[in-house]
Design a protein around this ligand. Structure first.
Ligand SMILES: [Zn+2]
Length: 258
């Protein structure tokens, strides 16, 4: 049993609190800021026992030091990235981690692209994927490569369709606006825009999403779809023979670089 709660931070970040079978204990995923986490732990009467980090960006690790200072027994799990200074357990690909203090287990997935050392945590029907896959979008390519991020999204899309995807930002409506430009005749996407616009109007998060919904409505996942390929080729005026080139075209297009 897993219970996940949203703690909003900054403008549009979601920090995730995870509770399992052990009452009174909680983990946090990507604490970019400590104070909202400390407030949540206090008001929910929970002890922080684990800190799960997906990648080195400040809005994902900015609160780690303060949380470790406040909860010295909390274990920090992180990828093997020298830019993440504080870590107790360095994670490897496909490694299973057992959070005994929560009664939960997660599998570590290597998902480079947004950064070179990005990881995701998968378990109990839930995926914590940082800035890799977003609702109807994906992260920008910073210190990874276009090929990497394409491969990582394809890897995540193979997870069970009902998997809940806890990404780290509320970027959904702007992602959908771009997706509609690329994939104009997609009726699932049209319906999603209606649903998610309604949610945002009522201040409801559009995250988590699911792998199944992303396969239907996320152009960065749908790079094998004939209409998406045609749309990308039309944008650059040439044939794109490789899947990752379609992905790269979409990413550059979304970035305003084409
Ligand atoms: Zn990031």
């Amino acid at each position: 049993m897993i219970n996940v709660s949203t703690v909003p931070a900054f403008n549009d970040n979601y920090l995730w609190m995870v509770q399992g079978r052990v009452a009174g204990n909680a983990a946090v995923v990507d604490p970019g800021d400590a104070q909202p986490i400390l407030d949540w732990l206090h008001s929910n009467k929970q002890e922080l026992t684990s800190i799960l980090v997906t990648h080195h960006h400040a809005d994902h690790i900015g609160g780690v030091a303060k949380l470790k200072e406040t909860y010295p027994k909390a274990t920090i799990y992180a990828p093997d990235d020298p830019r993440i200074k504080q870590k107790d357990v360095v994670l490897e690909s496909e490694q299973l981690i057992s959070l005994a203090d929560l009664g939960l287990e997660f599998k570590v997935l290597m998902v480079p692209g947004h950064t070179s050392h990005h990881i995701a945590y998968f378990g109990h029907g839930s995926l914590f994927c940082g800035d890799t896959m977003f609702a109807s979008g994906c992260g920008r390519v910073f210190c990874g490569t276009m090929r990497d991020l394409n491969n990582s999204l394809q890897k995540l899309s193979k997870l069970p369709e009902e998997t809940l995807v806890y990404c780290a930002h509320e970027y959904t409506l702007s992602n959908i606006a771009f997706a509609r430009e690329v994939d104009a005749s997609n009726t699932d996407l049209e319906q999603r825009e209606i649903d998610d616009t309604q949610k945002r109007a009522n201040d409801i998060p559009t995250v988590p999403t699911t792998i199944g919904l992303e396969k239907l409505t996320n152009p960065f996942v749908r790079v094998d779809d004939a209409l998406i390929i045609a749309s990308a080729q039309n944008k650059v005026g040439k044939e794109l023979a490789e899947q990752w080139q379609v992905f790269e075209t979409l990413r550059l297009w979304k970035d305003g670089a084409l």
